[in-house]
Design a protein. Structure first.
Length: 41
């Protein structure tokens, strides 16, 4: 019972970690794009 709950929590943590990584990557790319557009002018 305890082991099963721990597995579910661990999987949720991995999913949250992946979502955070993708979110930060997209945000960084978007910020860099805006910066290039601003500096390009």
């Amino acid at each position: 019972m305890i082991q099963q709950s721990f597995t579910i929590i661990a999987e949720g943590g991995m999913i949250n970690f992946l979502l955070m990584t993708v979110g930060v990557g997209l945000f960084g790319t978007f910020t860099a794009y805006l910066t290039l557009q601003f500096v390009g002018r």
